[in-house]
Design a protein around this ligand. Structure first.
Ligand code: G3I
Length: 353
């Protein structure tokens, strides 16, 4: 009789375990994808236990949302403060995460001292200052940072030609190429990316960037990948996305979906994330992930989300309305968009099975 009751109890226990999913640990994004899954963070938020736990649990790549930009490092002409970036590096190393450096040369988020003096520099002085900044920063993080957005958003917002930034005005058309050369001189192994926004929405911008790549490759200017920022809306064109992926792969470059967020409320009409919008967000991310995962392994760098929780997103201030654009709610619970990421991975797996 004891024999029977033992197996009955065992059967009941197994039923409880399986029905509660206790036998199958929750999926983790970092273990589900065959490419790094990243998140942009503010290292000051890592003091919050829940924040640190989710970032460490789910992600295998980290980007500094702000603290590795010139505004935070470039303290004076040839003085640099790496402390905030170093704190982010410490967390990443403790959690076996790669770090993507963002960004060396950008027309925004310059330190105040540079904003106030840049117009007074002649071209040679500015060139030397920028070169020394790039090389000091890349050398400081050599062997710790796997990649850099060397230049960010240098193409004009309209897509044709270079942005008329002060760097372009003073240093000319070829400053982007020279920034890539400076970074390569400082670290022979770090991956060098060019990073920009609206590259899918604007066929002109994509064409300009592809022409830049063709020019770089014809002159042996070092470039390893393109960062597609992916600050997108629900009407995102998957056909244009696939075209851009194909063109970048043709050039043997890595693709980094570098700043992914999917805004659901561009016109500010919603006061809450509706089920319909959440489902559209889930389905769009699934379609994007499915296409990204189909890339050849050597062309996949990472998919990086531009923030952890909806309430932290830059988009709220930028658009003046909540956009619910990210994977996690304010209480760190997963949104349908999180499942969308897994759905995208599964879609390919189903096709392979
Ligand atoms: O740290 C100061 C704080 O001391 C001060 O009280 C506060 C006053 O508003 O400003 C804080 O600095 C803000 C900084 O983010 C840190 O939170 C700046 O005002 C604000 O402009 C800055 O915004 C960042 C923006 O880049 C700068 O242009 C966003 O967080 C960041 O998400 C955004 O990220 C960029 C990428 O680097 C490049 N691609 C586009 C993307 C979105 O703009």
């Amino acid at each position: 009789m004891q024999f029977f009751s033992f197996f009955l109890s065992l059967g009941l226990l197994l039923t409880v375990i399986i029905s509660n999913g206790l036998d199958s640990p929750e999926p983790r994004l970092r273990e589900s994808a065959d490419f790094p899954v990243g998140v942009a963070i503010n290292p000051k938020r890592l003091a919050q236990t829940d924040y640190a736990q989710v970032v460490g649990r789910e992600f295998s790549s980290i980007t500094a949302e702000n603290v590795m930009k010139p505004q935070y490092i470039w303290a004076a002409e040839r003085q640099y403060d790496f402390s905030l970036g170093d704190s982010l590096l410490e967390f990443a190393q403790a959690h076996n995460q790669q770090v993507h450096g963002h960004t060396l040369a950008w027309h925004l988020m310059q330190p105040d001292w540079l904003e106030n003096t840049i117009d007074s520099y002649d071209s040679a002085t500015l060139e030397n200052l920028l070169r020394d900044y790039i090389q000091a920063t890349v050398k400081h993080y050599r062997g710790k940072v796997v990649s850099w957005d060397v230049v960010n958003e240098a193409v004009s917002s309209g897509g044709k030609g270079w942005r008329n930034s002060v760097y372009h005005q003073k240093l000319g058309d070829d400053y982007v190429a020279r920034c890539h050369q400076y970074a390569r001189e400082a670290d022979p192994d770090v991956l060098l990316f060019y990073n920009d926004y609206d590259v899918i929405a604007s066929s002109e911008k994509l064409a300009t960037i592809l022409a830049m790549v063709d020019d770089f490759q014809s002159r042996n200017i070092p470039i390893d990948g393109i960062g597609l920022q992916m600050h997108i809306r629900l009407d995102f064109s998957l056909d244009k996305f696939q075209y851009a992926l194909d063109e970048i792969v043709k050039r043997n470059l890595k693709v980094h979906l570098s700043e992914v967020d999917i805004r659901t409320n561009p016109d500010g009409e919603l006061s809450t994330l509706t089920e319909e919008a959440a489902q559209q967000q889930q389905e769009l991310l699934a379609a994007i992930v499915q296409r990204y995962q189909q890339l050849p392994a050597e062309n996949k760098f990472a998919i990086t989300f531009w923030g952890l929780r909806d309430n932290e997103s830059w988009l709220t201030k930028h658009t003046g309305h909540p956009q619910w654009p990210l994977l996690f709610n304010e209480n760190f619970s997963k949104k349908p968009m999180y499942q969308g990421f897994l759905d995208g991975l599964d879609a390919n797996q189903t096709q392979l099975d």
